[in-house]
Design a binder for this molecule. Structure first.
Ligand code: CA
Length: 412
């Protein structure tokens, strides 16, 4: 008798479990059915309406997050008359260096653009998505005055990129030292974003040079994020011994930065544009040592074992440029948010990372009120303001009065 009771109790319990699993699957309350943190937050827009409409659908009702339309900010012009500015580096609170795609490094002092360039990379090969691109200042710039630059050049009829280090005398950049070169490049997909990590290493994004398969080839430096020591040598703790490759499977990343405090590395990436895959599929990824981000094996919402899914996917394309975490309190609602420039999407994307979990994106939106055309570079200045550049003279948009510009986002 007791055995029978046990039997029916057991059967009932199993039935309860099965029912609970079914019901909870419907209502998404089964706690083990999915790891939310590993799921990408997709922005899918099959109707093909404008990015603005997509973003309007993306608003979060999570507590503690203030939508940008409720935040008091405005933009103010800083400099005009630039020619496809690509990267901004502050060397003091009042002096910034600006790279221009054709190969010039310009100087802005006290918000005034100096007429003469600080340096001209005479061998820079400038067209399309290539030219003089990323720059970075050494973390110890105040003692060594080292500036790093990444630019495209011709090598026996083929476009390549190289990473160089120069010393800033205040009136010139001198003593060029090549740190990395012969990186595959092309008119399109030449990467070339530079940034120093919290580990003191120099990170370099490279494009697939419009040759998709090299992104998966560990013997090629194309379609990668690279990591080198500031003197160009390869760190002993890189994932592939003797190689500068940090991660692979990238199509063309032009922006990355580290989440303040937790140092989680976020990167933007351009998705395919028709000739190399269905258009759209622009990505935001979290970059971790040795990982494979899939290109060209997967894109858009495709997944495959062993390949890392993006955190955000944007279709149609927004063409993400430079990315920066706002590690400033000037506009407190934006503190620790990720911002990236939108080229084709024309404006600025704001991404709110979950304060309790830096691997989770809580919300994203296109900032209202940024009507300046294509936006490429974004950087936080020593004054805590968010500086950004237009890229309307790059041949892909109408040129507006005074283009190209540097603007900054300031409290209203
Ligand atoms: Ca990917």
């Amino acid at each position: 008798m007791r055995d029978k009771i046990k039997y029916y109790l057991g059967l009932g319990f199993i039935g309860f479990l099965v029912l609970a699993a079914l019901v909870s699957d419907h209502f998404k309350i089964w706690p083990f059915s999915e790891n939310l943190n590993s799921q990408p937050t997709y922005l899918i827009n099959p109707s093909g309406s404008s990015p603005e409409n997509q973003v309007a659908n993306s608003q979060s009702d999570e507590p503690g997050i203030v939508e940008a339309r409720q935040i008091n900010y405005q933009i103010e012009p800083v400099v005009s008359g630039l020619n496809v500015p690509w990267s901004i580096v502050f060397t003091s609170p009042t002096r910034m260096l600006v790279s221009e795609r054709p190969g010039q490094v310009r100087v802005v002092e006290n918000d005034k653009l100096l007429p003469n360039p600080l340096h001209i990379f005479a061998d820079a090969e400038s067209e399309g998505e290539a030219g003089l691109m990323g720059m970075a200042a050494d973390p110890n710039y105040s003692s060594n005055q080292f500036i790093y630059a990444c630019y495209a050049y011709q090598n026996t009829g083929q476009m390549k990129t190289r990473v160089v280090r120069l010393r800033d005398t205040g009136t010139a950049l001198v003593e060029q030292k090549v740190l990395l070169e012969n990186i595959p490049a092309a008119r399109n997909h030449a990467g070339c974003e530079l940034g120093f990590g919290p580990d003191g290493k120099l990170y370099v994004s490279t494009g697939d040079a419009s040759t998709r398969d090299i992104a998966q080839d560990r013997s090629s430096l194309g379609g990668k994020i690279l990591r080198i020591n500031p003197d160009g040598t390869i760190p002993a703790d890189n994932p592939f011994t003797g190689s500068p490759i940090w991660t692979l499977g990238h199509r063309n990343s032009q922006g990355f930065d580290w989440h303040p405090g937790t140092q989680v590395l976020y990167a933007t990436e351009h998705g395919p544009s028709g000739f190399d895959g269905q258009g759209g599929g622009d990505e935001v990824n979290i970059i971790e040592k040795g990982n494979n981000y899939g290109w060209p094996l997967v894109s858009h919402q495709q997944t495959r074992q062993g390949l890392i899914d993006p955190k955000l996917v944007f279709t149609p394309a927004i063409a993400p440029g430079s990315a920066v975490f706002y590690d400033s309190q000037v506009i407190p609602e934006f503190t620790n948010n990720l911002f990236f420039g939108l080229l084709r999407g024309q404006g600025i994307m704001r991404v709110v990372v979950d304060a309790a979990n830096p691997w989770r994106i809580a919300m994203y939106e296109k900032l209202p009120g940024i009507d300046v055309g294509r936006v490429r570079e974004m950087v936080v200045g020593p004054d805590g303001q968010l500086y950004f550049t237009t890229s309307n003279r790059d041949g892909r948009a109408p040129v507006r009065d005074g283009d190209d510009h540097i603007f900054r986002l300031v409290p209203r």
